[in-house]
Design a protein around this ligand. Structure first.
Ligand code: ATP
Length: 747
């Protein structure tokens, strides 16, 4: 026996604290109408956690508290405590005795206690569910509710049977899992939409990162090119500087010696000369023209050199311009600028609300092209001006032609001079020879001067190239790092460098220039930021993908769990129903002295309504997927010696007997610790009361019974009898009575 006692104080008509001890397997509560018997059954429902005030016959929490009478004051609280013997640990809590208490106050606040400790309602429900006791369960049959199981629909009946079989726990788990599944699916959708949102941004960043990788590649290539270029330049410049050093001093020395020789020759001439200056006229003229030509040649050579320099400069400019234009298609606009632009665009949407869609699109198009024109550095494809280089080349050709003429004329004059000199030597004219000597020295001087000039020219050019070299080294350092300027390790000999045409080195310079421009246009400056953002966005995307995988996995396992639970529920339900059926037909034939009764698992087609609220049952009969079926329990009965079949043919007493037979059968499969029956026997005649009594006795072997009754036969089966009386003060009182007294009290 599990149920020990019930304590009531302030609950409904029980104004005074009172208690009932359930020391026998069958206890009966008797008393006249309106004395408060049903209030005891309700006290059980209340303490076990019933939340429906309707099933406690109240409207507000206050209705459950003693409301006062002529002589008694109303109370502020109602409390009911039930005490269980838990030696067998049928309640999953480690105490030999367990008390469950509920108190309600006037303001409707409820408090719950387990062994005196305040707990939540949920804790009580969980504790009781484990022992097959529920607040509104099948084991408390209220007055007039006995045949409810016969009058409900097939689905409700199924629920009652599931409850009796202790299968509610599956329903509870199924609905918990379904709620979880809904939540998971909701999460899945929002995570998926988050992932969809970042996808375009990620793609954009991927492109950026690819460009950054390309620029890293380009920089590596640039570094290699630089090394060779710088090494060659270094070797070339050292060679040239050396050459200048070796040649400049001797030439200056030679000039000095020639100037001395000239002075000596002039002195000799002054002493020996007696010839008239007129005779030398032709020779002087030739010499003058010759030195003029030499000067012209030297000037032309210098000018040609300068033009060559200018042409190289122009060529570099053109290459730079051309590369810029080629890169136009791959032009990069800063991400920050695009983001700002998009924000601005979004702001302006507000203005577009009142205009037509075509106008709005037009405005957006204009905004975009304006943004592009503002943010790409040199957007227009200008025709590159090549007129300058053409002019320079023309000038250079002109100069070269002139140089050819001058060289030819100089050669002719030199030959003429040589012939005259030979004539003078034949004539052995000493003063003439002295004069000739002077001319000769002058010629040598002019030659030496020209060579010195060209060395100085070279010195100037090499100086320029040297400066350029230093500038390029600096640029390389900034653009491609220190490594690119460390060219000493590059293996190449001076001979290899100097044997190569200078043009090829210029070509290398141009190649470097092109890569530099590409790199500049890639805007390598913000690469760190982009890489970081890419990493972040990629990580986020991967995180979301993992999240989706996890959610999908848990959705699958929840679906599996739900299926499994439904399957289990189904199997146990069928199994349990079969067992109930066996008992049901036994009890039934016991009650009626024959006949048959059985439960049938049936499927009903459910009416479905379409969106227009029309009943579509007929119309959709051929549309399989539109149909929904619900499973329930039907009851088949046939009475002995009677042709009539079906529940609706039963008399009031027969209905009562049938439902009692079914309720008892249900209670036998998974017996609850106690059953309360409130006047279930009211409609029975004497013979049936006896049969009822027999069944009660056999039922009490599994569950403790508390019977509220007016029936003498039922009372006689009880081990303990409680009488309830209500005096003029409207307060119910309990007293233990003997059978004979009980019979009197009941009346
Ligand atoms: P019957 O045999 O006719 O079914 P019963 O013994 O089951 O009667 P109950 O329905 O338990 O009687 O008790 C009803 C009585 O309880 C009524 O007299 C009612 O006035 C009283 N009652 C119900 N609620 C309260 C309350 N809050 N305060 C005081 N009395 C109450």
């Amino acid at each position: 026996m599990y149920l020990k006692s019930l304590e009531i104080s302030g609950f409904k008509s029980f104004a005074k604290k009172d208690s009932l001890d359930f020391t026998s397997p069958i206890s009966a509560i008797v008393g006249p109408n309106g004395s408060g018997k049903s209030n005891v059954a309700e006290a059980f429902r209340f303490v076990l956690g019933e939340q429906s005030l309707k099933s406690l016959r109240g409207k507000r929490g206050e209705d459950l508290i003693f409301s006062g009478s002529k002589n008694e004051r109303s109370l502020n609280r109602a409390g009911v405590k039930v005490i269980f013997d838990n030696i067998t640990r049928f309640l999953n809590i480690d105490f030999d005795e367990v008390s469950i208490e509920r108190v309600v106050f006037k303001d409707g606040v409820n408090q719950y206690f387990i062994n005196g400790t305040q707990v939540r309602l949920k804790d009580i429900i969980e504790l009781l569910a484990g022992a097959n006791i529920g607040s509104s369960g099948h084991h408390i049959i209220s007055q007039g509710e006995a045949d409810r199981i016969l009058s409900v629909n097939i689905k409700e009946r199924r629920e009652m049977i599931e409850d009796a079989l202790g299968l509610k726990i599956y329903q509870y788990k199924i609905s918990e899992s379904e709620k979880k599944l809904d939540k998971v699916e909701e999460n899945l959708q929002s995570v998926e939409s988050l992932r969809r949102e970042i996808k375009p941004h990620l793609r954009f960043l991927e492109k950026q990162v690819k460009k950054i990788e390309q620029s890293v590649e380009l920089r590596d290539k640039l570094r290699d090119l630089y090394k060779e270029y710088f090494k060659r330049e270094d070797v070339y410049l050292k060679y040239q500087k050396n050459y200048i050093r070796e040649h400049k001093n001797p030439l200056e020395e030679k000039m000095r010696v020639l100037n001395e020789d000239l002075a000596d020759a002039k002195e000799i001439l002054r002493k020996e000369s007696n010839s008239s200056p007129k005779d030398n006229q032709e020779l002087i003229e030739i010499e003058e023209r010759l030195s003029e030509k030499r000067k012209e040649r030297s000037n032309l050579t210098r000018e040609i050199g300068q033009l060559e320099g200018m042409i190289v400069f122009e060529e570099r400019r053109i290459v730079r311009e051309e590369s810029r234009q080629k890169e136009e298609d791959d032009r990069v606009i800063k991400f920050k600028d695009v983001k700002n632009f998009l924000f601005d665009l979004q702001d302006s949407f507000e203005e577009y609300k009142n205009i037509s869609i075509t106008d709005a699109l037009d405005k957006i198009k204009h905004s975009i092209s304006f943004f592009l024109s503002q943010n790409s550095k040199t957007a227009e494809n200008v025709q590159i001006d090549k007129s300058e280089i053409d002019k320079l080349k023309r000038e250079k050709n002109e100069m070269e032609r002139k140089l050819e003429v001058v060289v030819r004329e100089e050669k002719e004059l030199a030959e003429t001079f040589e012939n005259i000199k030979k004539q003078f030597e034949k004539d052995k004219d000493s003063s003439r020879i002295a004069e000739l000597k002077i001319f000769e020295i002058n010629a040598k001087k002019a030659e030496a001067e020209a060579r010195l000039n060209s060395i100085k020219e070279l010195e100037y050019k090499v100086g320029m190239e040297d400066e350029n070299f230093k500038r390029e080294l600096n640029e390389a350092f900034v653009l491609a790092g220190r490594e690119s300027t460390q060219f000493f390790g590059f293996q190449i000999t001076e001979e290899e460098v100097m044997r190569e045409e200078r043009k090829l080195q210029m070509e290398r310079g141009r190649e470097i220039e092109k890569i530099k421009i590409k790199l500049e246009d890639m805007g390598a400056g913000s690469s760190e930021e982009v890489l970081k953002e890419y990493e972040d966005v990629k990580n986020r995307e991967e995180f979301l993908t993992r999240e989706i995988e996890d959610l999908e996995k848990s959705a699958i396992s929840l679906k599996d769990l739900i299926m499994e639970l439904k399957e289990k529920l189904n199997v146990e339900f069928r199994d349990g129903t079969e067992k109930i059926n066996k008992q049901f037909s036994e009890f039934f034939s016991l009650m009626f002295g024959g006949g048959r009764a059985e439960l049938l698992i049936v499927k009903n087609k459910k009416r479905r309504r379409n969106d227009f609220g029309l009943d579509l049952e007929g119309e959709t009969a051929d549309m399989e997927d539109e149909e929904e079926t619900e499973e329930g329990i039907d009851i088949n009965v046939s009475l002995p010696n009677k042709k009539t079949k079906g529940l609706q043919m039963l008399s009031g007493g027969e209905r009562s007997l049938t439902s009692i037979a079914l309720l008892f059968a249900m209670s036998q499969i998974k017996p609850p610790p106690f059953i309360i029956l409130d006047e279930t026997d009211a409609a029975l005649d004497e013979a049936n009361s006896r049969r009822y009594g027999d069944m009660i006795e056999s039922l009490s072997k599994y569950s403790q019974l508390i019977l509220i009754t007016h029936n003498r036969e039922t009372m006689s089966r009880a081990g303990i009898l409680y009488g309830i009386t209500m005096g003029m003060d409207g307060v119910s009182r309990l007293l233990s009575v003997k059978l004979e007294e009980a019979v009197k009290v009941a009346k």
